[in-house]
Design a protein around this ligand. Structure first.
Ligand code: SAM
Length: 363
């Protein structure tokens, strides 16, 4: 089919000229080369030698596939001239919410971009600009750009390892990227349960919406009881909903089965929260090590215990952090049996996100 090849920055001009004369075919503009775009022409458009084309070449190429393969193909005609590199190449979805980071030059086109994304992705309800993480609760600052049905709330459901998790990326931290870590937590707990010879009481005082829990609760005979919480009240609302559903699916009763909204460092002062756990999870990566001394009172303080957490550290500090962890165990009255710390993923050129774990015996 005939297309007019025009320099990229003249695409809009030629689209309008062709349209005004009734010569614009509806199949859409095609990227013809790095520098040129091909504007589709109807059968009525004059031949290449016509003065109207101002010397631009007419090429015979396949029309664009009528079903766009990429959301950028659904952008309005006036934005088609932007190079692919102009638009965000990555985004994250949580349930029916799409989160996208915008460079300053893309911001003015945020709404048009969001509409194109909604048109391309039927499972998305609302597209939000992700303006980064804020505060101790590590919550993203989100700005709704466009919504399919007018609703701009960000409460939604994600599926992970076969479980539904109620999340709200605008109110509570959650990262789908750590799902492998949660699978590993299950494996480590299974090994620890074998050693103990009986089911585990677990504490997860920085639980967020509780993504570490479903795999553990539903595993037969693994968990006897749980103490979970978060300082963010919005997280605790979702945590309660989630835990109720997962505990119901487990088909067993748990004792304790405690969900609290409380600063984890104060759990040690509460007799209902301290001295009960065999295993404690500490997921506060920017501050985990500073909070660790307040975590030891949560353990039952007899036999063996398991402490597992995540931290952000300088990569070349990893060996020293392992020593620091063992020292903290000793200061709390424990004897480290197996301690490890390993990089999970890069965080910056020198820093990494790392998992730490120590199995220790109370003396
Ligand atoms: C990195 S998120 C981890 C959440 C969850 N464990 C997960 O994997 O998705 C850290 C959580 O700790 C909570 N938090 C921050 N400071 C806290 C504190 N002092 N006591 C209890 N929770 C706290 C935040 O609200 C947030 O939900």
């Amino acid at each position: 089919m005939r297309h007019l090849s025009v320099p990229r920055d003249q695409t809009q001009v030629w689209l309008e000229r062709c349209k005004a004369n009734g010569w614009l075919e509806k199949t859409g503009v095609i990227p013809y080369s790095e520098t040129h775009r091909a504007v589709p022409l109807t059968g009525e458009a004059p031949g290449e030698n016509d003065a109207f084309w101002e010397g631009h070449v007419i090429v015979d190429i396949e029309p664009k596939d009528p079903s766009p393969k990429h959301w950028t193909e659904r952008l309005p005609a006036e934005l088609q001239s932007k190079p692919a590199s102009f638009w965000p190449s990555a985004f994250e979805t949580q349930g029916d919410v799409l989160l996208v980071k915008l460079e300053p030059e893309v911001r003015p086109h945020g709404k048009a971009m969001a509409v194109a994304m909604l048109n391309h992705m039927p499972s998305i309800r609302v597209v939000c600009a992700d303006n980064g993480v804020e505060g101790d609760f590590r919550v993203r600052s989100l700005e709704p750009l466009s919504s399919r049905d007018g609703s701009t709330h960000t409460t939604t459901t994600v599926r992970e390892h076969g479980f539904e998790i109620q999340v709200d990326p605008g109110e509570v931290y959650f990262s789908a990227r750590l799902s492998n870590q949660r699978q590993q937590t299950l494996e480590r707990f299974q090994a620890f349960r074998q050693r103990l010879g009986h089911p585990i009481v677990l504490a997860d005082p920085y639980a967020g919406v509780g993504p570490a829990l479903p795999l553990l609760l539903v595993e037969p005979d693994l968990v006897e009881g749980f103490l979970v919480g978060d300082l963010n009240p919005k997280a605790v609302d979702l945590l309660k909903t989630n835990v109720d559903r997962w505990a119901g699916r487990a088909g067993q009763s748990f004792a304790p089965s405690t969900v609290v909204c409380e600063d984890a460092r104060l759990w040690s002062k509460d007799e209902h929260l301290s001295g009960k756990a065999h295993a404690v999870l500490v997921n506060l990566p920017h501050d985990s090590f500073e909070h660790l001394p307040a975590m030891f009172p949560l353990f039952r303080q007899e036999g063996e215990s398991l402490l597992r957490g995540w931290t952000i550290v300088e990569r070349d500090e990893l060996p020293r952090q392992k020593e620091r962890l063992e020292r903290l165990v000793q200061e709390a009255g424990g004897e480290p049996l197996e301690t490890e710390i390993s990089e999970v993923k890069g965080f910056s050129t020198t820093r990494c996100f790392a998992m730490f774990q120590t199995l220790f015996r109370w003396q």
